[in-house]
Write a protein that binds this ligand. Structure first.
Ligand code: ATP
Length: 252
């Protein structure tokens, strides 16, 4: 099966931080969670792979094509959400949508209107006036309405209440059901991944610590278990123990 996304040796240097030699792949029909603590480099990976910030090195192959050589064509087939970016803050949602849909020949107005209803979004509102959770939902509605094959979402569930989070995760599961589309999303909320991730990529200090299917991922951290642990460690326990031992080693 051809990978929908293949990232190889992606690097980006900022003063005081380096993304180093990041490589991982995403197959069709999969939901991949990108985890790591604050500042680990999750957003930098998503921005570098999309050329929003220029990577120093590395290749990104999307739908079998070199992304940097075929940026326009690839972008037609991806749905992207970055939190914290207020495009057109003073415009009504209806005006933002009118501009957005002109970029996508595959825009599906019916689907978009269904999401507006499902997310209780009022198109007459000004973007800036939405709560953070509603902004995320609106950006998701846009990303989900042009029949993309790959969804790249930076913390799409942050700021959402548990019911809305559940709703979004349910949508992700529905998207990948046809085994042709995939979702890559970054999150701090490890329980999101317990519920719906097929694959997990764990980023620590700008590097990939582990990237694999969830079962292999969880088993590969068995060395963190203590004699009191009878069952599998949860993803949260794995992250807490890994980051704690990293802190301890750094302090020594
Ligand atoms: N434009 C920039 N210029 C300089 N440094 C940057 C820039 N963007 C990000 N960084 C730095 O890169 C590092 C990684 O940031 P990034 O936003 O990728 O982390 P993250 O894992 O997404 O964090 P969070 O979970 O808090 O969103 C941080 O130290 C951050 O300060």
């Amino acid at each position: 099966m051809t990978d929908l996304l293949k990232i190889e040796h992606l690097s980006k240097h900022y003063p005081g931080f380096s993304l180093q030699d990041v490589s991982f792949t995403l197959k069709p029909g999969r939901i991949m969670g990108l985890v790591g603590k604050n500042g680990a480099g999750k957003s930098t990976i998503l921005k570098s792979m999309l050329n929003i910030v220029k990577p120093d090195q590395g290749t990104v192959t999307m739908f079998g094509k070199d992304f940097f050589q075929n940026e326009k064509a690839c972008k037609q087939n991806i749905g992207v959400v970055f939190g914290g970016i207020d495009f057109y803050p003073l415009k009504k949602l209806s005006a933002i949508t009118a501009v957005t849909r002109t970029f996508y020949p595959e825009w599906d107005q019916q689907k978009y209107e269904n999401y507006l209803r499902q997310f209780s979004l009022d198109e007459n509102k000004i973007f800036k006036s939405l709560s953070n959770g509603m902004k995320v939902k609106y950006l998701l509605a846009l990303a989900l309405s042009h029949n993309a094959r790959l969804y790249l979402l930076d913390e799409p569930t942050s700021g959402l209440d548990p019911v809305s989070r559940d709703e979004i995760l349910h949508i992700f599961t529905h998207i990948v059901k046809d085994k042709e589309k995939s979702v890559l999303f970054s999150t701090h909320i490890t329980s999101d991944l317990d519920h719906c991730a097929d694959d997990i990529t764990y980023i620590q200090r700008g590097q990939v610590l582990k990237s694999s299917d969830k079962e292999t991922f969880l088993r590969s951290f068995d060395y963190l278990k203590s004699p009191e642990d009878t069952g599998e460690l949860t993803l949260e326990e794995i992250m807490l123990r890994t980051e704690r031992s990293d802190l301890y080693e750094t302090a020594l």
